[in-house]
Structures are given as structure tokens and as C-alpha cells.
Design a protein around this ligand. Sequence first.
Ligand SMILES: Nc1nc(=O)c2c([nH]1)NC[C@@H]1CN(c3ccc(C(=O)N[C@@H](CCC(=O)O)C(=O)O)cc3)CN21
Ligand SMILES: O=c1ccn([C@H]2C[C@H](O)[C@@H](COP(=O)(O)O)O2)c(=O)[nH]1
Length: 271
Amino acid sequence: MQQYHHLLQHILDNGTDKSDRTGTGTRSIFGYQMRFNLAEGFPLVTTKKVHLKSIIHELLWFLKGDTNIGYLKEHQVKIWDEWADENGDLGPVYGKQWRSWEGADGQLYDQVKDVIHQLQHNPDSRRIIISAWNVADLPKMKLMPCHCLFQFYTSAPDAVTGKRKLSCQLYQRSADVFLGVPFNIASYALLTMMIAQVVDMELGDFVHSFGDVHLYSNHFEQAKLQLTRSPFPLPQMHINKNVKDIFSFTYADFELVNYQSHEAIKAPVAV
Ligand SMILES: Nc1nc(=O)c2c([nH]1)NC[C@@H]1CN(c3ccc(C(=O)N[C@@H](CCC(=O)O)C(=O)O)cc3)CN21
Ligand SMILES: O=c1ccn([C@H]2C[C@H](O)[C@@H](COP(=O)(O)O)O2)c(=O)[nH]1
């Protein structure tokens, strides 16, 4: 995960200190890109312990189309607590837009289902995109989408196996590099692996593109500590091979093996 360390160091060295919505203050840059070859291992940060359980449950929760934190709470996942209202609702955030984007005529669009269908029937398409940035719904969301648009790409079929490689690129308009980004990398890497299994493709790259990528001022010391640590080899993610429907995965279908990491580093989340 040298790519992640380079990003932390690049922001510390070249970022501009500026104010932000939360009043915390950040050091930020605009525009950056990282690439992870998913065949080389699962891109989970190793220089601090990352809580993968929260990441998997959050992803399954998006895929269910859920926007209430009830499911997360049942599984002791607290990462969305600060933004929910008294009923646990977040408004029409990711899950709603991914699974039931509502058109002006009231028609609902299941973008995840459509992407799987396109990958199966038109894998060379340059239109295989999921967007969470629903302009009409933004005012109703408790937090506007940060990871707002992602696109899939498939290589030409391999001459021997006949299989394509699946890649995914995410555009993240705003990124909390210390707390959010390790979660976002792992989440999209996992989603790409799940979709590759469902459409019977090999693993390509996860490309992570950023708009405003920032280090909160109360994370500087944690980031510097993390940069003193050396990364371990990447772990592997084993996924239950029998699952062939993107909506049928459960927590028990994932097993992370050989995850060697340094100890966790605590940091306050900016609300
Ligand atoms: N400022 C901010 N940063 C984010 O990364 C973020 C938001 N807000 N709002 C919405 C979601 C929630 N996400 C979060 C929120 C908290 C953690 C967090 O506190 N992580 C801790 C422990 C997590 C755990 O134990 O599950 C960490 O050390 O990674 C991570 C991602 C990502 N998003
Ligand atoms: O998945 C996520 C969700 C949120 N973030 C961060 C990025 C920003 O620090 C805040 C959102 O604040 P805005 O003012 O709406 O940009 O949350 C993240 O990194 N990853």
C-alpha cells in the first residue's frame, strides 16, 4: 500500500491549509489518482489496523438499497451514527441511488442490476456507470455522496482462457484521507471482486480518482506516525465461490487471510 503512503506524504508536503464545512480545518489538494492491481492482493492498509467488518457490512447495506442505520447498528457498525436522524434515517443516500434512483416520471432504476446486465451482454460498452450524484435528491441527503460515480471497464478476452479482466474506476469528489480513504479503497476493491465473480471475469485494476482530497488538521499527528511504519505484504480476500448473484452475498461469504498490520491509530471524525 505504498500508494496510500505516497498520498499522505504528498498532502502533508504540498497541500494548502484551508477551512471546511465541519469547521475542523484541512490540508488539501485537488486532483489525484491511485491504481491497485486487484490480482496482487486485497488493498487493505496495513500500517494501521483497519476495521474490515464495518467496511463489509456498509457495502452489503448499500447493495440492499438500505438508507437507515438500523442494519448497521444490528451489526455494531457505528460509522454512520453521527449523520442519522432520530429514526436512523439518512435520506436518499447511496443505497437508494444505487438500487432505486427515481426518474422524473417516478420510474425506479436499479443501477447495480443494470451494470451486471451490461457486463454480461455488452462488456465493451463505455457506459457502464453507477452514479450516486442525484442532483434533485441532494437537499434531502444527510450527507451528499463523497464517492459519487464509478465506471466499469473490461479488457479484451484472454487468448487462452477467453476471460476478460474487470476494472473499476471511482471518482470521489471529497476524501478524508486518514479515516475515509482506507475504507473507500477496500470497499470498492471488494465490490469489484464480487461483481467479477458474478459475471465470471478475472480481476483487473481499481483506479481511485479524487477531487478535494484532504487531511483534517486533527489527523496530522496520526498521519505522521503512520508514515513512520513500513507496510506489510497485502492480505488476500477469499470469497465464497458459490455466490453468483450480487444481491445474495452475506457477511459469512468473506474471509480475509494473511492480514498482518500495525496497531490501530485513533482519530476523531469530523461531522
Ligand atoms: N469526516 C468524515 N470522514 C469520513 O470518512 C466519512 C464521513 N465524514 N461521513 C460519512 C462516512 C462515514 N465514514 C467513516 C466514519 C468513521 C470512520 C472511523 O471512525 N473509522 C475508525 C474506526 C472505525 C470502526 O471501528 O469501525 C478507524 O480507525 O478507521 C470511518 C469511516 C466514511 N465517511
Ligand atoms: O465514504 C466517504 C464519505 C465521506 N468522506 C469524507 C470526505 C469529507 O471529509 C466528508 C464529507 O464532507 P463534505 O463537506 O460533504 O465534502 O466525509 C470520505 O472520505 N469517504
